[in-house]
Design a protein around this ligand. Structure first.
Ligand code: UD1
Length: 388
């Protein structure tokens, strides 16, 4: 930050899209528990806006309604990012935050970091330092740039510090604290909805999840898997193969849903035992994942959640920014390789697959560590920190 005098305003906590909410919920609770921290203003950029992608998760996670909603909606990357910046700037001018807290790697994360840092406002990035080394992923660009801008970088796994060091980020800015997403998972696990209930609520036959071979859960939404007819066709061929061995439950992301229609892929799914649902709430997803024999996904967070739940995860990507889930957890990278997926599914059905272990500091107390660190960081005058 450029200014040596820190503003006395609130902590401005930013969320924009679905995977941000489960990271922010435990942070808000931990910040509220520390009287010495400034008050919180929760800003929703409106990147996600549907009931299913949004309000249901807020309710499940017991998140308070946002204090401000910037209502940016969907758009190209440039339009969405620019619109968040344009609408976030007056918020920063008005509130003069002591610190802006951003999580994850969505467009809102980068846009708000850029606005704040150019105004000399401190930025804390939660889930810093993850790298897929694949710049075709929009999130990789968001991660690289947000980490360059952030004053404090809270990391989830030790490999992140080496990534940041290579990019010239001083180690004094990096704090290994663990994984806030797992704070949410552990806190809400007892309230997870049984899979049969989720199917029934969706008007589906609950028998799908009650068969002798159990069931698998699918999520797919990465542009690299769903934005071209060839790639999405290959991904669906993988799902249809797997569904012959174990029935699948697939809560379908709006991006994927639109492309199934656009590319005429519905027919190839029609006869397979795949229950296609609307996007589900947090408690429904938690119940589905916890009860599954396996999960097929291209999500980042689900690779971590399945590791914490000890459920085998086949990640339909060629890389992961979360290598600890492969090295220590239950994750295996399979891309859209039908033969490789078949072998992995075989192994899972016969032996139970990778069990893994829970990574260091994924213990449900990460938000408390962040709040404690932030409190002491904010207590040191900015000038002393810069010179020291
Ligand atoms: C965004 C994030 C991604 C995250 C994902 C989780 C970026 C670059 N991408 O991708 O990292 O994993 O959220 O979902 O920030 N749509 C709706 N309702 C909504 C939101 C979106 O129908 O509430 C539709 C719109 O047609 C939109 C499309 O989904 O064009 C994609 O939404 P967008 O926010 O652009 O990207 P995601 O694919 O959701």
């Amino acid at each position: 930050m450029g200014d040596f005098l820190r503003p006395a305003g609130p902590l401005v906590c930013v969320v924009g899209a679905r995977p941000n909410y489960m990271k922010m919920a435990p942070l808000l609770r931990a910040f509220a528990a520390r009287a010495a921290l400034p008050g919180v203003v929760l800003v929703h950029t409106g990147q996600h806006y549907d009931l299913a992608m949004n309000e249901r998760l807020f309710a499940d996670l017991q998140l308070p309604p946002p204090d401000l909603n910037l209502e940016v909606g969907s758009g190209t990357h440039a339009v969405q990012t620019a619109e968040v910046m344009r609408r976030f700037e007056p918020v920063v001018d008005d509130l003069k935050p002591a610190c802006v807290i951003v999580v994850g790697d969505v467009n809102s994360t980068l846009a708000c970091s850029l606005v704040a840092s150019k105004k000399g406002i401190a930025v804390a990035h939660v889930e810093a330092g993850l790298r897929s080394f694949d710049r075709e992923m929009p999130e990789e660009i968001n991660r690289l740039l947000t980490d360059q801008l952030a004053d404090i970088l809270y990391t989830t796994e030790r490999a992140a510090a080496a990534n940041l060091q290579r990019e010239g980020i001083d180690a004094s800015r990096v704090q290994f604290v663990g994984n806030v997403m797992i704070d949410s998972l552990l806190a809400h696990r007892p309230r997870a909805l049984p899979p049969a209930q989720t199917l029934k609520r969706a008007g589906m036959d609950a028998g799908v999840v009650a068969g002798p071979s159990g069931f698998g859960v699918v999520t797919l939404h990465r542009p690299s898997n769903v934005d071209s007819p060839d790639a999405f066709g290959e991904a669906i061929a993988v799902l249809v193969d797997v569904a012959q061995r174990v029935p699948l439950v697939w809560p379908v992301h709006p991006r994927a849903r639109a492309n199934i229609d656009r590319f005429g892929l519905a027919a190839s799914l029609a006869s397979a035992p795949i229950a296609m649902l609307e996007p589900q709430g947090y408690l429904e997803m938690l119940g589905l994942m916890a009860g599954a024999r396996l999960v097929l996904t291209d999500s980042g967070g689900i690779q971590e959640e399945t590791t914490a739940l000890a459920v085998p995860c086949l990640t339909m990507r060629g890389n992961t920014e979360r290598p600890i889930t492969v090295d220590e957890g239950t994750n295996t990278l399979v891309g859209r390789d039908r033969a490789r997926v078949a072998l992995c599914v075989d192994e899972i059905l016969h032996t139970g697959g990778k069990r893994g272990r829970v990574p260091e500091l994924w213990d449900g107390r990460t938000a408390q560590r962040i709040a404690a660190h932030l409190e002491s960081w904010l207590a040191v005058p900015a000038l002393a920190r810069c010179s020291g």
